[in-house]
Design a protein around this ligand. Structure first.
Ligand code: 13P
Ligand code: SF4
Length: 337
């Protein structure tokens, strides 16, 4: 076993996860529950995770809820069932705790679209602007950011900035364009986007609306403008979930990553949820990064406490400020995990 472990550790960076065979007869759910107790660990899962991962999580939420939960937890180890920038955020909020991510390659196309050194040059052109970054960005980008935001609190964050101040919004141009419309603020936008939310087909959604005339189309603000223009409701994942619970409609076409449908079905078992179809006949409405995490990898990451998120101290100190500011604004506005 030591040899297998040594090899797996050596290959961790290349593989992104511990490549160790898991006994197929093992009751993974029971083992994960045991490890949680033994290690005083908490599993935080995003709505876009596989259903079986959501089912073992201690908290399932959107990016804001997950950050709030990470900030308040007294667990010794945070197991992040989500993507890299989310686990980094949890680490910045808990520099002295162990944060593990089942697969280090669980990145984000949106975060990748805004490399910090290039953004630093871009920012130099607007020296007096306040930088607001969507939380879907790297820890390095957070060091260049004044206030972070998520899709839940973005409007409140923008409204907190004095009207005479210019704003740079990064990295999501779709969320940025939506916020310009909602807040009336003129913002300089970074040209980034999420590969999952840019794939929805206008034509296929229109056909679904004709086929299900009573259905409501709900969409995440990371979607393109022409898709948002068709929506009956626009909101973050948690706001979309809440809307499906409270609205009288019985059928919803869901314009975001399809993983959220699991919680929608649990919350409203009598309602029907149809994933908004992508342009191609692919499963492109599933985030390929989120889906790198599996129950096996989650189990291994808890057992061996690897792969661990490690950040340089200066990144934690400098990058954390914009997250703290966001959490303060959110608490004042009444956002709770
Ligand atoms: P929220 O969790 O804020 O709804 O954002 C969705 C997302 O794309 C996370 O990667
Ligand atoms: Fe990034 Fe899009 Fe995946 Fe969210 S759904 S993690 S924004 S690539």
């Amino acid at each position: 076993m030591t040899q297998v472990m040594d090899k797996a550790k050596k290959n961790l960076i290349t593989n992104g996860y511990l490549d160790i065979e898991v006994d197929p007869t093992l009751d993974l759910v029971a083992e994960i529950q045991k490890l949680k107790k033994e290690k005083n660990a908490i599993i935080l899962a995003h709505y876009y995770q596989e259903s079986e991962i959501q089912d073992v999580a201690d908290y399932i939420g959107d990016s804001l809820g997950l950050s709030q939960k990470a900030e308040s937890t007294d667990a010794d180890m945070i197991v992040f069932a989500g993507v890299h920038f989310m686990a980094e955020t949890a680490k910045m909020l808990n520099p002295n705790k162990k944060v593990v991510l089942p697969d280090l390659k669980a990145g984000c196309s949106l975060a990748d679209s805004c490399p910090a050194p290039i953004f630093a040059k871009f920012k130099e052109k607007y020296p007096d602007h306040v930088v607001v970054s969507y939380i879907n960005c790297t820890a390095e980008l957070k060091t260049l950011t004044d206030i972070c935001c998520t899709s839940s609190n973005a409007e409140v964050v923008i409204d907190s900035i004095p009207k005479d101040k210019g704003i740079i919004f990064a990295p999501d141009k779709n969320l940025g364009a939506y916020l310009i419309k909602k807040t009336g603020r003129d913002m300089v936008l970074w040209d980034g986007a999420c590969m999952v939310h840019e794939i929805f087909s206008n034509e296929k959604i229109t056909k679904l609306k004709v086929r299900y005339p009573d259905a409501k189309f709900i969409a995440h603000p990371e979607c393109e403008e022409h898709i948002l223009a068709m929506a009956d409701f626009i909101g973050s994942t948690s706001q979309m979930l809440k809307f499906t619970q409270q609205d009288e409609a019985c059928t919803f076409i869901v314009g975001t990553e399809a993983g959220i449908i699991h919680q929608m079905e649990i919350a409203s078992p009598d309602k029907t949820f149809i994933p908004a179809p992508p342009e191609n006949n692919c499963a492109c409405n599933e985030c390929p990064f989120m889906r790198l995490n599996t129950l096996e990898k989650l189990y291994l990451s808890m057992k061996y406490e690897l792969p661990e998120i490690l950040l340089e101290n200066w990144v934690i100190e400098k990058g954390r400020k914009c997250i703290d500011t966001m959490l303060e604004i959110s608490a004042k506005a009444g956002f709770k995990a």
